[in-house]
Ligand binder design. Structure first.
Ligand SMILES: Cc1cc2nc3c(=O)[nH]c(=O)nc-3n(C[C@H](O)[C@H](O)[C@H](O)COP(=O)(O)OP(=O)(O)OC[C@H]3O[C@@H](n4cnc5c(N)ncnc54)[C@H](O)[C@@H]3O)c2cc1C
Length: 479
């Protein structure tokens, strides 16, 4: 090991899951490789975690941001195992795996065997009132419609309408997939978000055929379920913040600097150093920098260093969403809450785009005899934006009005907590992957510089963790 004069400095900007992972990995790997490195994390807010935020009150465990991560993408699960918190995993309730979809003011269960956009079981699909007869017949045509030629990017709406018809899009895929990305399906790149469906078309031609084959292969893995495959989703018994709190606790004392917004960067090629300018007028020097921020923020910071990179970053659109957590006496809710929650197609013209029955989805999230509900408002598009821009009390009023009607709620909630996430969800529009290739090529021209976060190659927590791991290894290769 060398003395302090040849120790390198790394600054990570942004303390969400991507930035925390970058710091943690920079530290563990530099120690492993014997690289003398000091790491600092600069976070604008007075807490780390970014979108991930759990609170507890009166026996409730309340998620103000994400509430699960998918375990099929390996990076989150692997990191949790390494951190020794896998014993705190909490899976979703296996007994109530169905979800509901709203049609003309009524909630109907998503038919058994249905996966995001298409059915894999015949009779539940035939019987469901979610689609009209003509809609069902049109979906059946997927069995015979030929493959598309060419490889150009296609929107979620374009793909589903072409293969399964308009109703499959408006009545189920838009609320289920659009809901995950809080996105407008006509803009969403299928290649960047759901490439598995493109693969299905390539391999099986028909999506229904592919899902039936997958169901047979998994020998019941997808059968008997509806909507999302909940058994694949994990949280922690004390909520998602377990992950970010653990990461933060593993960083050395003094590594995290809270309440420190960064305003711009400069690079001095002679000294091969970065100047990091803080909003309070102070300045810090570093050999390596990682920007783990929403792309629009990163765009502001790199304006003088690389106007071209800044412009590309600024062209990634973002959507806003709000989460409203509400606690009710169980006897005040008429609906049996026999599922994970419901989604709302845009054509239903409601303020709520979805609602999770959190105390059903997970055990011990509400006191006995109480129910915890979590409604989503906002998303891309003028309607979602208009609802997001309402005041918190107006949002609660609107959500309550709709929940009273849809779930037969009688009394007032014990509490209603609104968490607004302005411009937090990157929108992977058509051509997104090409744009990211371009951004990465421009970023590689900057020495000791890396990007991480949800703007690039996946918005989910495992993807953000992967982006942090990649950023750390890029910086260590440079250093
Ligand atoms: C409401 C909501 C629900 C979601 N649900 C799920 C889910 O259930 N499962 C799932 O896998 N994913 C979900 N996601 C997506 C996932 O949670 C996010 O993509 C991920 O947490 C983003 O992490 P990040 O580190 O990239 O960014 P962020 O969490 O946004 O962190 C960025 C950090 O940078 C800080 N910052 C910003 N500007 C500056 C500056 N100038 N200087 C210093 N610091 C700055 C911010 O304060 C913030 O802490 C959800 C996202 C949202 C918003």
């Amino acid at each position: 090991m060398s003395d302090s004069s040849n120790r390198k400095q790394a600054i990570v900007i942004g303390g969400g899951i991507a930035g925390l992972t970058t710091c943690y990995r920079l530290i563990t790997e530099s120690v492993k490789r014997g690289i003398p490195l000091d790491v600092k994390l600069l976070e604008a807010e007075n807490r780390v975690g970014g979108a991930i935020h759990t609170s507890k009150q009166d026996g409730y465990v309340i998620e103000h941001g994400p509430d699960v991560f998918i375990s099929t993408k390996p990076w989150a699960k692997a990191l949790c195992e390494e951190l020794g918190i896998a014993d705190q995993f909490q899976g979703t309730n296996q007994e109530e795996r169905r979800s509901f979809v709203l049609r003309k003011g009524r909630l109907y269960p998503v038919p058994d065997g249905f996966y995001l956009m298409a059915p894999a079981s015949f009779w539940p699909f035939v019987r469901t009132p979610i689609f009209s007869w003509s809609g069902k017949l049109r979906m059946g045509l997927d069995w015979v419609i030929p493959r598309r030629r060419g490889d150009e990017d296609e929107s979620l709406e374009g793909f589903i309408t072409r293969r399964l018809g308009k109703e499959a899009f408006t009545r189920i895929a838009q609320p289920m997939i659009g809901g995950i990305y809080t996105a407008d399906g006509k803009d969403l790149s299928l290649k960047a978000t759901m490439p598995q469906f493109l693969e299905m078309e390539k391999k099986h031609r028909s999506i229904i055929k592919a899902l039936v084959a997958r169901k047979k292969e998994s020998q019941g893995g997808a059968s008997g379920t509806s909507g999302a495959r909940y058994s694949l989703f994990l949280s922690f018994k004390d909520g998602m913040q377990t992950l970010t709190d653990t990461l933060a606790a593993r960083l050395p004392d003094g590594c995290i600097q809270l309440g420190t917004p960064v305003s711009s960067l400069n690079y001095h090629s002679h000294e091969e150093k970065w100047d990091v300018h803080l909003a309070n007028g102070e300045q810090m020097e570093s050999d390596l920098v990682c920007l783990a921020l929403p792309a629009h923020r990163t765009a502001d910071l790199v304006k003088t260093v690389s106007p071209v990179l800044s412009e590309s970053l600024a062209s990634i659109p973002y959507a806003s969403s709000a989460i409203v957590n509400l606690g009710f006496r169980r006897t005040d809710v008429e609906h049996p809450l026999n599922g994970m929650g419901f989604v709302v197609p845009t054509v239903e013209e409601r303020s709520i785009i979805g609602c999770t029955f959190s105390s059903v989805k997970f055990t011990d999230r509400a006191p006995a005899d109480y129910a915890l509900l979590r409604a989503y408002v906002g998303g891309a598009g003028s309607r979602g934006e208009a609802y997001f821009n309402l005041s918190e009390s107006e949002i609660v009023e609107s959500v309550l009005r709709e929940l009273h009607e849809l779930l037969g709620i009688k009394g007032d909630p014990q509490f209603a907590l609104v968490a607004k996430h302005p411009t937090a969800m990157a929108q992977y529009h058509l051509g997104h992957l090409d744009l990211v290739d371009e951004i990465e090529a421009q970023a590689r021209k900057l020495p000791g510089f890396a990007l991480a976060g949800n703007a690039y190659r996946g918005i989910g927590i495992p993807d953000c963790i992967n982006s942090g791991e990649q950023a750390a290894s890029l910086l260590l290769e440079h250093g």
